[in-house]
Ligand binder design. Structure first.
Ligand code: FES
Length: 578
């Protein structure tokens, strides 16, 4: 496809409003590009394709993005587009504090405004590390400008001695062994030296891999893009091909609203459940769907989770890593295994249908990509629970929990925030045993703020030394997609806005019954009312700045934690060109 093809009308390009008129303002636009060394033939009557690049020196997962940006530009030029690179906020899951989630909505706002305010006909969204994916997609959906997502790709599998190491999942596992006295300092340093083997995102089925699969299932990427390892030549070729595809999107005006439907979100939720994906993705999916005016709810997840088996044998639910997933057939292979559970008539950004490529998809390793007859988990791999502690719902990833704890009754040990947890969890005086239920308050969207990944509360060291490796833990926090354990998350409404979780006290009985989808707090109504009456008034978490804005406007977990004023599209809001 090139700009000289007869069917392409340059005056239909959005950017033509900036560059074509014979007026003083357009003279200014053109002359400044000429000042940068570009001639008319470089950019006039060609689609202007923006690379929204989330590279930064402090985002370890995107350290290859400078090279990939040049490769994407090569593809754009090959098909007659004019590439422009625009840096946007880089959300490093590892290094951004208190949590990258606090800034997801800021990236979404920036993406939306950057796309809308510039002469851009199409965009390549370069992301991968957890929150960069929903941040970029939410912004692109609201701006409704043709966009294609380019995933950073997972790291290569890591090896330590004769063991395969997976990001996050094995860090938690070996940290527990170290705390239990089973791993020496030298071994711990060896693991630190090799667990992050290359550029790229966490190579377990954590949030990054989950969101990449979701982006592909929604139709935002080229086929197979979600699992190509970050540092192999196939990833460079994906970059060039993505650049070429973006030019086609611009000419054909394939904005997100032209291909996203309820089916798309239904498919993406199905994929999330079948890969044993991160619970974080539920919050992001709800937020993205509300941006698209196609809202999905926790009830939709509840219905689907009773039908969809976990088929991807990947950590933390299973055994393998993303490199194995790709080798086995990647997302298209998984979709093939899902059969009728995935609606292959859905369209992609590039105008093709999933059915076009699923017919050619192969499953090359049925231990990695299981069939429906031989799943990792037959259904309910991730469950939505309700009860008097979570009137608006909460979440548990049953496939990564201890099966014997999925029905459990225990006494609460309450931590009033992360500082309290850190101070007391390993105290030898803590009155805790393996049956206790660890409760963390003030870890939600408003209370923390930013709903950090504190939901996999640490097991007390004194219990680790006795061999305990899992306990029931409940909170209004999230947990890393690489985490595991019997952790009830995303309790809504959260304690920070006065939800029932804020009234739980040490010694209260709590009942977890995952098969019945129930979380019950065994305290009578009168006692609850008494506690509520004596509760101190809520105070603002921040008096100024972005955190103040965040706490004032963030919605609850079951609503997607978007800002209340950002939901939906804003399609008519094109800038006037003065
Ligand atoms: Fe970036 Fe895990 S830290 S994907």
């Amino acid at each position: 496809m090139s700009s000289s093809q007869p069917n392409h009308d340059p005056s239909s390009l959005r950017s033509s409003r900036w560059f074509r008129p014979d007026d003083l303002r357009s003279f200014g636009h053109r002359s400044r590009l000429k000042g940068m060394g570009f001639d008319d033939q470089d950019y006039r009557d060609r689609p202007i394709v923006a690379l929204l690049n989330t590279w930064s020196d402090l985002n370890t997962c995107h350290s290859h993005f400078r090279e990939r940006a040049e490769e994407i530009k090569r593809g754009i030029l090959q098909d007659g587009g004019f590439p422009v690179e625009i840096p946007v906020m880089s959300l490093s899951e590892m290094l951004l504090k208190p949590t990258a989630m606090l800034y997801r909505n800021l990236l979404a706002m920036e993406t939306e405004e950057v796309l809308r305010a510039h002469p851009i006909d199409a965009a390549v969204l370069m992301g991968g590390c957890d929150k960069t994916v929903p941040g970029l997609l939410m912004g692109a959906i609201s701006a409704d400008i043709p966009s294609i997502f380019f995933p950073a790709g997972p790291m290569l599998n890591a090896r330590w001695r004769n063991t395969t190491l997976g990001s996050g999942t094995d860090a938690w596992k070996y940290w527990n062994e170290r705390c239990a006295g089973n791993l020496c300092d030298g071994e711990w340093v060896e693991i630190e030296n090799c667990i992050a083997r290359s550029a790229g995102t966490c190579m377990t089925m954590g949030t990054a891999s989950t969101m990449a699969c979701i982006a592909e299932a929604l139709g935002f990427t080229l086929p197979k893009a979600s699992s190509i390892p970050a540092v192999v030549s196939e990833h460079s070729r994906l970059a060039v091909a993505t650049g070429r595809a973006a030019v086609g999107l611009a000419w054909n005006q394939r904005s997100p609203s032209t291909f996203l439907t309820r089916k798309s979100f239904h498919n993406a939720m199905t994929v999330q459940l079948a890969i044993g994906g991160s619970t974080n993705a539920m919050v992001h999916m709800i937020a993205m769907s509300r941006r698209a005016d196609l809202p999905v709810t926790l009830n939709d997840y509840d219905v689907l989770s009773r039908q969809v088996p976990v088929l991807a044998n990947l950590r933390p639910s299973g055994k393998y890593l993303m490199e194995d997933f790709h080798r086995a057939g990647g997302l298209l292979g998984l979709i093939k295994q899902l059969e009728e559970l995935f609606d292959a008539s859905s369209e992609r950004a590039d105008g093709t249908r999933f059915s076009d490529c699923i017919a050619r998809a192969e499953v090359l390793d049925e231990d990695v990509l299981r069939s429906k007859d031989n799943p990792i988990y037959s259904n309910g791999g991730t469950c939505i629970l309700y009860g008097n502690l979570a009137p608006h719902g909460c979440v548990i990833k049953s496939s990564a929990a201890s099966q014997e704890l999925l029905v459990h009754r225990g006494r609460a040990i309450v931590f009033r925030g992360y500082a309290d947890l850190k101070n007391r969890i390993h105290s030898e005086d803590l009155d805790v045993d393996a049956d206790s239920v660890l409760v963390l308050q003030k870890a939600g969207p408003v209370g923390a703020p930013g709903m950090p990944e504190w939901g996999m509360l640490p097991i007390p060291n004194k219990l680790l030394r006795r061999g305990v490796r899992d306990m029931v833990r409940i909170s209004d926090a999230r947990m890393s997609g690489t985490s595991y354990g019997t952790c009830v998350l995303h309790i809504s409404p959260e304690s920070g806005v006065g939800g029932p979780l804020s009234l739980v006290r040490d010694g209260d009985w709590i009942e977890l019954d995952v098969p019945s989808r129930r979380l019950q707090w065994c305290v009578d109504e009168q006692e609850i009312a008494t506690r509520r009456d004596s509760q101190p008034p809520l105070t603002d978490v921040a008096s100024r700045g972005y955190t103040h804005l965040y706490a004032k406007h963030v919605t609850q977990a079951h609503e997607g934690c978007d800002f209340d004023f950002l939901e939906g599209r804003d399609r008519g809001r094109e800038p006037d060109i003065y």
